[in-house]
Design a protein around this ligand. Structure first.
Ligand SMILES: Cc1cc2nc3c(=O)[nH]c(=O)nc-3n(C[C@H](O)[C@H](O)[C@H](O)COP(=O)(O)O)c2cc1C
Length: 144
């Protein structure tokens, strides 16, 4: 059983949360960037999905959606037999993201997620929320 944090972050909020979880649990990370020449696709990453069974998936909500390149990347993975822990950063409007994530990760076992609300780059409940969610992942994924 191996876990990884995969994420996309435009302005840094999701990166901060993703790095917190990865550092606290000693996990690998992969940032999935859009390809410069085609924003609807992802840039190649050094990452083999077959190496991992548990995925912490971090993304921002942009215009009520998960950024398209990130949805497309997620859709390229065979999720059967894999666990997903959703990590969402946002301003307050969920839009379609939960539907989109379930669609992109069809077949995954969805575990409890975390939503962090950032206003002007700050999330007042960050420390409390992310530390308790990280402890939950550690127990749930048996990362000891
Ligand atoms: C262009 C733009 C559109 C956004 N649309 C939404 C939205 O629809 N719903 C929401 O809750 N937050 C929205 N936000 C806020 C971001 O989701 C929030 O700031 C997030 O933490 C950004 O993550 P990042 O710093 O990792 O890119 C939007 C931000 C930007 C810049």
């Amino acid at each position: 059983m191996k876990a990884i944090v995969i994420y996309f972050s435009h302005s840094g909020n999701t990166r901060k949360a993703a790095e917190y979880v990865a550092n606290a649990l000693g996990l690998d990370t992969a940032q999935i960037m859009p390809n410069d020449s085609d924003s609807n696709y992802w840039a190649p990453v050094e990452f083999n999905p077959d190496d991992y069974s548990d995925y912490i998936i971090g993304y921002p909500i942009i215009d009520g959606s998960i950024p398209r390149h990130f949805q497309e990347f997620l859709s390229s993975i065979d999720w059967r037999g894999r666990k997903v822990y959703p990590l969402c950063t946002m301003g307050g409007y969920l839009g379609e993201v939960e539907y989109q994530l379930h669609k992109a990760c069809q077949g995954a076992s969805f575990r409890d997620g975390l939503k962090l609300k950032f206003i002007d780059g700050k999330c007042t409940s960050f420390d409390k929320d992310i530390s308790s969610w990280t402890a939950y992942i550690q127990r749930d994924a048996r990362l000891f």
